[in-house]
Design a protein around this ligand. Structure first.
Ligand code: GRG
Length: 322
């Protein structure tokens, strides 16, 4: 187990109890689906961020637990929606909710988790945190919609790509860290530092995700490799490869992206093309750069095991395999 997980081991146990306790509903069908997805082995990276950030900021209370649970509920809601949008068959090594129960339950249970999160937040009575999470969820939707607009667009620029991943992934990481800062009642400078740390970490997390989607294996990833291309998502490895591609290569990729169904052979061809043009190497070095920048934001905090934990969580982003 990574050392930052050990550091928050007790808190993660409390988190699991809070998750069970906070999801109250009389509808057993909702319970069944929520429990199926939420117990299916998510990494709990966002709750770890809430916890480590709050402790870094000297917070000694217990409120980070419900907020960590709320962040995980929102994350889970986005997965339920995203799997419908992408028509995904597997997640975390199991059949997706949309495969087992259908699209409607997946979307509606996502709505339930999303609204439950806001109900719980309103009970907590912390307007700063409410504002932070509200803004983040708006960005999540914007990111997902931007991504749809850019589907199959081989002209997608790096800037547009970073806007998509900033909104769909990084803002929630950023919000998780900011919650810790709000709970710890630190200075605005420290709060902004954690917010920026979380944002850059989230970008790196998504970059790694987009690399793994080309380089990993279904069994390791717990979902189908090559989904991005099959869903016609133009991610950084492909964007970079296209920048130095010949006209002929570009037109081959464009033709593949226009197909109704992208085959395994098409995927292999595009993977080879990305490899030839160093798309993965480029994306890996962008990941490293974001992580280095992210870590610098923590310089203003005194040394502590929680700071070490956040730094080692940053290192894990680069090597994670799932
Ligand atoms: C506000 C409910 C709501 C929806 C907004 C669908 C949607 C619109 C946004 C989706 C954004 C999305 C799916 C971004 C990808 C984020 C990402 C990298 C997910 C995988 O996270 P991990 O690896 O997952 O932390 P685990 O399984 O470990 O929990």
């Amino acid at each position: 187990m990574e050392d930052f997980f050990v550091l928050v081991d007790k808190d993660l146990k409390k988190l699991e109890l809070a998750i069970d306790k906070l999801i109250t509903t009389k509808i057993s069908f909702i319970k069944e689906i929520v429990s199926y997805i939420i117990k299916s082995g998510g990494k709990r990276v966002r709750p770890v961020l809430v916890t480590l950030s709050s402790k870094l900021c000297g917070y000694k209370g217990e409120k980070h637990i419900p907020f960590a649970a709320i962040i995980e509920f929102i994350h889970t809601a986005t997965l339920l929606h995203d799997d419908v949008v992408d028509n995904a068959k597997t997640r975390r090594g199991f059949s997706t909710v949309n495969t087992v129960w259908g699209n409607e339950p997946s979307v509606l249970v996502g709505d339930f988790l999303y609204s439950k999160s806001f109900e719980l937040m309103s009970q907590e009575g912390n307007p700063e945190i409410l504002k932070t999470i509200s803004r983040a969820t708006t960005s999540l939707s914007e990111g997902e919609i931007l991504e749809i607009i850019k589907t199959a667009d081989i002209k997608t620029t790096e800037e547009e790509y970073f806007e998509v991943i900033g909104n769909k992934t990084a803002v929630l990481f950023s919000a998780a860290c900011e919650i810790g800062a709000i709970l710890g009642k630190v200075t605005t400078t420290q709060r902004n530092a954690l917010k920026n740390f979380g944002y850059k970490l989230g970008i790196a997390f998504q970059l790694r995700d987009d690399i793994l989607d080309y380089t990993s294996y279904d069994e390791v990833l717990g979902k189908r490799v090559g989904t991005d291309l099959k869903e016609k998502k133009v991610t950084l490895p492909l964007i970079h490869a296209l920048q130095s591609a010949s006209e002929k290569e570009t037109s081959i990729v464009a033709k593949i992206l226009k197909k109704q169904i992208i085959s395994q052979k098409d995927f292999d061809r595009v993977s080879k093309f990305i490899e030839t043009h160093d798309g993965i190497i480029y994306t890996s070095s962008a990941t490293k750069k974001y992580l280095q920048d992210a870590k610098k934001h923590l310089n203003i905090f005194p040394s502590s095991r929680y700071k070490e934990g956040l730094l080692s969580l940053a290192d894990y982003m680069l090597k994670r395999e799932k």
